[in-house]
Design a protein around this ligand. Structure first.
Ligand code: NAP
Length: 330
């Protein structure tokens, strides 16, 4: 990390670091949206830092196979993540592994505070913090997380080779993960609350023709049950006839959608009813110089290519904004 530890003055209750921590642009989040913003920002000669608390790639890292990113018929999520990060670094993008705890908007510039107390001053901030898996909030889900309950097939599927697993949900994620788990497990039950999957047609067809996958329609999971070795069954209920039963299983994978990671979004930025940031087509939020991109932003399609597109737009818009700020505040 290219910083000095010398604190120079205090502003708005934050410590402001030395001049080398005054950026044109701080990007928060290293998924496809943030990394693409990094590529475009560096090409626009903005002094930029990208801060990511985990590994670059975001949710993309958890995809076994990405088949709909143009130019790549098949590529693993991990490999595509590496390609995004390497591409950004060829332009010299500074990527820091750290956690942001607060964004403080200001008139002249914005402040971004890290968990270790360091503060970066910046003209513009692009928030690309994505989303996290929704939880079912049923008995056993929390207690047995990591002991048979998972939200990532690629991460945990290995532990269920030749075993039985239950996948909950009917969207693209549930379908993709069920197909991935079918390569490893002996049997995959997909538990879906309706009589039709939400997943795209290609995935639906693949699920239907995969012999190891059995879809339990009109069914919800009401509890996750476990013994001393972890999960051993799920309690299910048919929502049409109210029939209830227990289905033995070794693992439960939950894919029922995402919640936006909006914890860092400053007060004053407009959110929709589900907590997604409302932006205009330039990814501008209601606070000048603060942009929201990727899965955090209210939009129609949550796809890698759309996140990348957001990153491009926000960085180009931020470049104009930074130029005008520099002309105003030297
Ligand atoms: P999603 O599309 O919102 O689907 C969530 C699924 O979980 C739906 O089938 C929903 O049922 C079900 N569900 C929601 N709450 C539930 C609850 N409390 N109990 C039981 N079931 C519940 O979420 P996603 O699959 O995670 O996808 C998120 C976004 O990423 C989508 O826009 C998706 O297209 C995109 N994505 C795309 C790809 C790809 O293109 N390859 C891959 C992954 C994700 P209902 O259908 O009844 O509502």
């Amino acid at each position: 990390m290219k910083t000095t530890k010398k604190r120079t003055r205090i502003e708005w209750g934050f410590y402001i670091m030395a001049e080398n921590q005054f950026y044109d642009l701080v990007i928060i989040g290293g998924g496809p949206a943030g990394l693409t913003a990094g590529i475009y920002a560096m090409r626009a000669a903005l002094k930029t830092v990208l801060i990511e608390k985990a590994v670059p790639g975001g949710q993309m890292v958890m995809s076994d196979e990405v088949e709909n990113y143009p130019g790549f018929e098949h590529i693993s999520g991990i490999e595509l993540s590496q390609k995004f990060a390497e591409h950004a670094q060829t332009y010299g993008l500074e990527i820091i592994t750290n956690e942001i705890v607060q964004i403080r908007p200001g008139q002249k510039h914005h402040l971004v505070k890290l968990i270790n107390g360091d503060v970066y001053k910046t003209h513009a901030v692009i928030i690309a913090t994505g989303g996290s898996p929704k939880t079912l909030a049923i008995p056993g889900e929390n207690d047995f997380y990591g002991k048979g309950v998972s939200y990532c097939g690629v991460c945990d599927g290995f532990f269920f080779r030749n075993k039985t697993v239950v996948v909950i949900g009917g969207g693209d994620s549930a379908a993709e993960e069920a197909l991935y788990l079918a390569k490893l497990a002996k049997k995959v039950y997909m538990v879906h609350r309706r009589d039709e999957l939400r997943a795209g047609m290609i995935l639906q067809d693949r699920v239907k023709s995969e012999a190891k996958i059995e879809v339990l329609w009109h069914t919800i999971c009401t509890a996750i049950l476990a013994g001393s070795d972890g999960v051993n069954a799920v309690a299910l209920k048919n929502v049409q006839d109210d029939k209830q039963w227990e289905l033995p299983t070794d693992g439960v994978f939950i894919f029922i959608g995402f919640l936006p990671n909006n914890k860092l979004v400053p007060k004053g930025v407009k959110l929709n009813a589900e907590g997604y940031v409302i932006t205009n087509e330039k990814c501008e939020t209601s606070i000048p110089g603060i942009y929201a991109i990727g899965d955090l932003r209210e939009k129609y399609a949550r796809q890698i290519v759309v996140s990348a597109s957001d990153g491009c737009i926000a960085a180009l818009v931020a470049a104009h904004y930074v130029e005008s700020r520099k002309a105003t505040y030297v």
